[in-house]
Design a protein around this ligand. Structure first.
Ligand code: ATP
Length: 462
């Protein structure tokens, strides 16, 4: 099925409790969203899947969780204070503000120019101001007195918390190169471009890993380093396909042009997804060389190195960084999972076909009807499943409508308790329940005694 349009997803996300526009009672707040009961589960499941793939399925990566607000020199060393700038232009007619590179890239449709070749406003073809640089970092003040020395920054990326802890991790874990340090946490950027739902927001979660390796023998020709970088690019692409369940035909790898590369980088590729408005970045895999560790070593006066026992020398490791966005991935899971099918009555059945490991709710326990006789058995099944999976209990409305509700939030399995389970007219029940599968709508009868195992088999990786 072709991807749905964005409005369909935005409205379902709000209706069902995935994502709400923030502060709606005050008229909202640009580029800011809140996550509802299902959104918070979905986000957690994607984050956990990433964390598991980095720190549990591999034995060469460890995790950390560094402070968000820290010494401002961190951002001087990283270059963010001096250069984390985007050229901005304002329209002289409608007064909307745009990132110049976004107009040029065609993010608002084909770029339009006047007769002299100057770019025009994508909104109303008005004249644009000269570009001005604008730092994307949010500032704050630490301590009781507001003066320049008290300025601190909200982190615009996750990586620096890892670099400044490289030596701590090295000595406390006795790691040998190569090894990685992973971190997931919120980052902040003063984004002014209208955000397209949760694609571009003021605060967002990143899932980043810095993989430290021995520096190449020849800086100008780091063949082994580049080969490992290519491996990471493939590994990350495969994660989106196999773990998150994104269709390969809507994913691509886009290597950066040399002109696009950061001055220290010898290669960067983005994993991109075909959003309803075109290709957009989900993750960047960057060769950051020894830039960050060297910078922190110089500015702090405390060189950050690794002792190579083979050559008896101190070296500065090189780094490969896969940096992914959790919120953009969440938007993609909604776009990818959304399916409309005709049901047996010719009506529309909306199904979110999440992979079970990503689905916010794994099982719904549904008594056939709201009936005193069914409730004790249904509650017993609910209590049995809750310790193992995120489970919902629902006894309101007809069973057909309740199946639809679960389909629409992507619950892979429903367990139905009926009169055959509990017995009727003095006849004993069979103490069995029906498992109904979301995608095929197939139903299987299973004794409650075997239910946990039967569900486990149907919920791999959950
Ligand atoms: P873009 O070019 O789209 O602004 P970027 O290249 O600046 O992104 P990185 O610094 O490489 O992004 O950050 C890594 C990932 O973090 C991105 O691939 C994206 O998934 C996510 N990300 C970055 N900025 C935002 C944002 N404002 N809102 C949501 N996610 C973001």
């Amino acid at each position: 099925m072709p991807a749905p349009d964005l409005d369909t997803i935005v409205s379902l996300a709000k209706r069902r409790g995935f994502v709400y526009p923030s502060a709606e009672i005050y008229g909202g707040f640009a580029n800011t969203y809140d996550y509802g009961p299902l959104g918070v589960e979905l986000k957690r499941n994607i984050r956990d899947a990433w964390w598991r793939s980095m720190t549990r399925e591999r034995d060469d990566i460890v995790g950390i969780d560094a402070a968000l607000i820290s010494n401002p020199k961190v951002w001087v060393a990283s270059g963010h204070v001096a250069t984390f700038n985007d050229p901005l232009v304002d329209c002289k007619k409608c007064h909307q503000r745009f990132r110049l590179d976004h107009i040029e890239e065609g993010q608002y449709g084909p770029a339009q120019r006047d007769a002299a070749g100057n770019l025009l406003c994508p909104n109303d073809q008005g004249e644009l101001t000269e570009p001005r640089l604008f730092n994307l970092m949010f500032k704050t003040q630490v301590g009781p007195v507001a003066h320049e020395d008290a300025t601190a920054y909200l982190p615009p990326e996750t990586a620096q918390g890892i670099f400044i802890n490289f030596e701590n991790v090295l000595t406390s874990t006795r790691r040998k190169l190569p090894f990685g340090i992973a971190q997931t946490r919120v980052s902040f950027r003063n984004e002014i471009t209208p955000g397209r739902f949760i694609f571009r927001t003021l605060e967002f979660e990143q899932m980043e890993m810095e993989y430290f390796v021995m520096p190449p023998k020849d800086r100008e020709n780091p063949a082994e380093y580049l080969a490992l970088y290519e491996e990471w690019v493939q590994e990350r692409l495969n994660w989106y396909i196999n773990t998150v369940g994104i269709s390969p035909e809507r994913l691509r790898i886009r290597p950066h042009d040399p002109a696009e590369l950061s001055h220290y980088s010898v290669g960067t590729s983005d994993v991109e997804y075909l959003f309803p408005w075109g290709w957009g970045e989900l993750e960047g895999i960057a060769c950051r060389t020894d830039f960050d560790l060297t910078q922190h070593g110089q500015l702090s006066g405390h060189p950050i190195t690794y002792f190579d026992e083979e050559t008896n020398t101190h070296v500065v490791p090189w780094v490969i960084e896969p940096a992914a966005g959790l919120n953009r991935t969440l938007a993609v899971t909604l776009l990818e999972a959304y399916t409309e099918e005709p049901d047996e009555k010719g009506d529309k059945r909306i199904v979110l076909k999440f992979k079970p490991n990503i689905a916010p709710v794994k099982v719904a326990v549904l008594p056939l009807s709201k009936n005193e006789k069914l409730r004790p058995a249904a509650r017993r099944v609910y209590d049995l499943l809750r310790p193992s999976w995120m489970t919902q209990y629902d006894e309101t409305q007809s069973i057909g409508r309740r199946y639809r509700r679960q389909d629409e939030i992507g619950t892979p399995l429903c367990v139905t308790v009926d009169f055959q389970t509990v017995g009727e007219d003095g006849q004993p029940g069979d103490d069995a329940v029906t498992i109904r599968e979301r995608d095929s709508q197939e139903q299987t009868r299973v004794p409650i005694a075997n239910l946990l195992q039967a569900l486990r088999d149907k919920l791999p990786g959950c």
